[in-house]
Ligand binder design. Structure first.
Ligand SMILES: Nc1ncnc2c1ncn2[C@@H]1O[C@H](COP(=O)(O)OP(=O)(O)OP(=O)(O)O)[C@@H](O)[C@H]1O
Ligand SMILES: O=C(O)C1=C[C@@H](O)[C@@H](O)[C@H](O)C1
Ligand SMILES: [Mg+2]
Length: 233
């Protein structure tokens, strides 16, 4: 796996602890931490709930797919501001004007660094936590499959409904898809996505009833084992 691609990618539903564990893991590994949601927020210049409310989920998903392709460096979909980012390859899913949002600059970010290092090479080494819904899009599933086939680790952080709701609250306001009755929405969301999380992952870690330190230790052990296996081949 190239040094500038993530050593490990974390997937799972909201509240699984991807961001929490991802930060701890990167600190333990002495590597960078990247949160795809944070990169989307930076690219859009808006918080996630505002992107959803103002520009719609479809626009958020296009930004997400573009940034995942850049992070995994597989020449995947080029969705946002394609002409300016020079990463080439793959389908161009959106046009340069982002007609759905009425703002030609949204998601392009001008001179902002969106992880492509300015020369198209991905700069997402270390730990990459995805958004809860990132693996749902087919293009993203393909990007993750290519990354895993090249030796990448995709860890599904699983969580029960009760544990997730205990973490997120019964009426979460930070996650647009869980607003209102968070328990009911989380239950439906996990039921719809469980097979996808399982399919894209190379390892599954149940986080229910476990603290972040414990989960981080398990992932560190897994990474060390993968590294040892790589060396022996
Ligand atoms: N193992 C854990 N035990 C208890 N609480 C946890 C654990 N992991 C995370 N949390 C708490 O749960 C909440 C959600 O965690 P976090 O933001 O890391 O989830 P996420 O998977 O990144 O969610 P999202 O997909 O919405 O970004 C936070 O308040 C965090 O402190
Ligand atoms: O589960 C989801 O679809 C989402 C999870 C968050 O990480 C954000 O990516 C956004 O709120 C969508
Ligand atoms: Mg997160």
């Amino acid at each position: 796996m190239s040094g500038n691609r993530p050593r490990i990618v974390l997937v799972g539903p909201p509240g699984a602890g991807k961001s929490t564990v991802g930060r701890r893991l990167s600190a333990a590994l002495g590597t960078a931490y990247h949160d795809l949601d944070d990169h989307i927020v930076e690219a859009a210049g808006l918080p996630v709930p505002v992107i959803f409310a103002t520009h719609g989920e479809a626009h958020f998903r296009r930004l997400e797919t573009e940034l995942l392709a850049r992070a995994l460096g597989g020449g995947g979909a080029n969705v946002v501001g394609g002409a300016n980012h020079g990463d080439g390859g793959g389908a161009n899913v959106d046009d340069a004007n982002h007609g759905d949002c009425g703002d030609a600059n949204l998601g392009d970010g001008g001179d902002a660094n969106h992880g492509d290092g300015g020369d198209g090479a991905p700069q997402f080494g270390g730990v990459l936590a995805l958004g809860g819904g990132t693996p749902v899009q087919l293009l993203n599933q393909r990007a993750l499959a290519a990354y895993a086939a090249a030796g990448g680790i995709v860890a599904f952080l699983d969580v029960s409904v009760d544990a997730a709701v205990a973490r997120l609250g019964e009426h979460n306001t930070d996650r647009p898809l869980l607003a209102g009755d968070t328990r009911a929405k989380f239950t439906a969301l996990l039921a719809a996505r469980r097979d996808i999380y399982e399919a894209v992952s190379t390892v599954i870690v149940d986080t229910s009833g476990r603290n972040a330190t414990d989960i981080t230790e398990e992932l560190l052990t897994h990474i060390a084992k993968e590294d040892a296996d790589d060396r022996s081949q």
